[in-house]
Design a protein around this ligand. Structure first.
Ligand SMILES: Nc1ncnc2c1ncn2[C@@H]1O[C@H](COP(=O)(O)OP(=O)(O)OP(=O)(O)O)[C@@H](O)[C@H]1O
Ligand SMILES: [Mg+2]
Length: 336
């Protein structure tokens, strides 16, 4: 047998170690078109991180993602998974280590939830016991009761189906996951819940993930790094969310990120991240637990008509005071 990543060592969490991903001037020009859909895309995704591809419709997000598992051929440049060119790989072998969640979930309607989740392990020829154990483990992980494995997709809510789609992609424990607008078709309240669930899941499984969305708020919430693409498949900026909000690389990014980027940035910073020396002396005012995001702290203060609050640590000890003014200076990008 040739060297296969299906034999990779298990990580400390009991899940397979994630691997890194690199786009190296990856370009796709579809036959019969006169400009590329993805134009010399270069970026690195470190192992275990979520990279969000975001941008307007038609900017090449799905194309970029599908070149990774070779559902679309690369015209020029390369994509490396764990340092190896995807072009040198046996396609089946490559896809076995890449979980794929497609835009419309794509569960098989005539198969039970259990059989849906077991799809890839069956293809890999796992024995019955191992498949069974895996299905049970994944149902637990996505927080669905074990008896749901006997149901059919039509008997689940949209959000539950979505979670099964994620479980199916995770079934063979792929080190790399591709997720194309996985929460796109879900109402805002359930989307928020699924996003939170997924982030908790990711803290356990620590996969390398390429996540596509056209929603900048979702990108900021989910991404360790965000790649903003412009129509024509050009990378406008690749940066962690806070940096993107603070220093948009050009007018396109600035516009795409939106006018309330100062407030978005505040939701990424917790009170505990402000140096203690920058806090004022604690005296009176409302209590602000130090794990509160600054955006929440600001709305609490303003909502109660207070100009400052008392910051308390996890033991309830007051550690200083935080003013509306200081939050406003942080929102403007000033370091305290
Ligand atoms: N098979 C194809 N042949 C020719 N052009 C294509 C093909 N598939 C996609 N395109 C074009 O390539 C560009 C990028 O398409 P892609 O599906 O990657 O966009 P996207 O960013 O995923 O868009 P959306 O947000 O709408 O899903 C578009 O202009 C699209 O029309
Ligand atoms: Mg798409």
């Amino acid at each position: 047998m040739t060297r296969s990543d299906t034999a990779q060592p298990e990580g400390p969490s009991g899940y397979r170690e994630a691997i890194d991903l690199e786009f190296a001037a990856a370009t796709k020009q579809y036959a019969g078109t006169d400009s590329p859909a993805v134009d010399a895309l270069s970026l690195k995704v470190p192992a275990g991180e979520i990279c969000v591809l975001v941008g307007p419709s038609g900017c090449g997000k799905t194309t970029a993602m599908r070149m990774v598992n070779r559902m679309i051929d690369i015209t020029s440049g390369d994509i490396l998974v764990g340092g190896r060119s995807v072009k040198d790989r046996d396609v089946d072998d490559l896809r076995r280590e890449i979980g794929y969640v497609i835009q419309q979930i794509g569960l098989f309607p005539h198969r039970t939830i259990g059989d849906n989740i077991a799809t890839v392990p069956r293809l890999l020829g796992w024995d019955k016991h191992r498949i069974n154990a895996r299905v049970e483990e994944l149902l637990d992980l996505i927080d669905l009761p074990p008896e749901m494995r006997k149901r059919y997709p039509a008997q689940l809510s949209g959000g539950q189906r979505q979670r099964v789609g994620v479980a199916r992609a995770l079934a063979a424990d792929p080190p790399l996951m591709l997720m194309d607008e996985p929460f796109g078709a879900i109402d805002p309240i359930n989307r928020d819940r699924l996003q939170n669930e997924f982030l908790r899941l990711q803290a356990v499984v620590k996969k390398t993930i390429v996540f596509v969305t056209h929603d900048i708020d979702e990108a900021i919430k989910m991404g360790d790094r965000i790649a903003i693409l412009q129509v024509g498949g050009k990378l406008a900026q690749y940066a962690p969310p806070a940096e993107l909000l603070l220093n948009p690389a050009n007018a396109f990014v600035d516009d795409f990120v939106g006018a309330d980027r100062a407030l978005k940035r505040l939701s990424l910073i917790r009170v505990s991240e402000i140096p203690r020396s920058a806090l004022g002396n604690a005296n009176g005012g409302i209590e602000i637990p130090d794990d509160t995001p600054l955006r929440t702290a600001l709305s609490e203060l303003l909502g109660r008509g207070e100009l400052h609050g008392r910051v308390v640590d996890e033991h309830g000890e007051a550690v200083g005071s935080l003013s509306v003014d200081a939050i406003a200076r942080l929102a403007a990008g000033e370091r305290l």
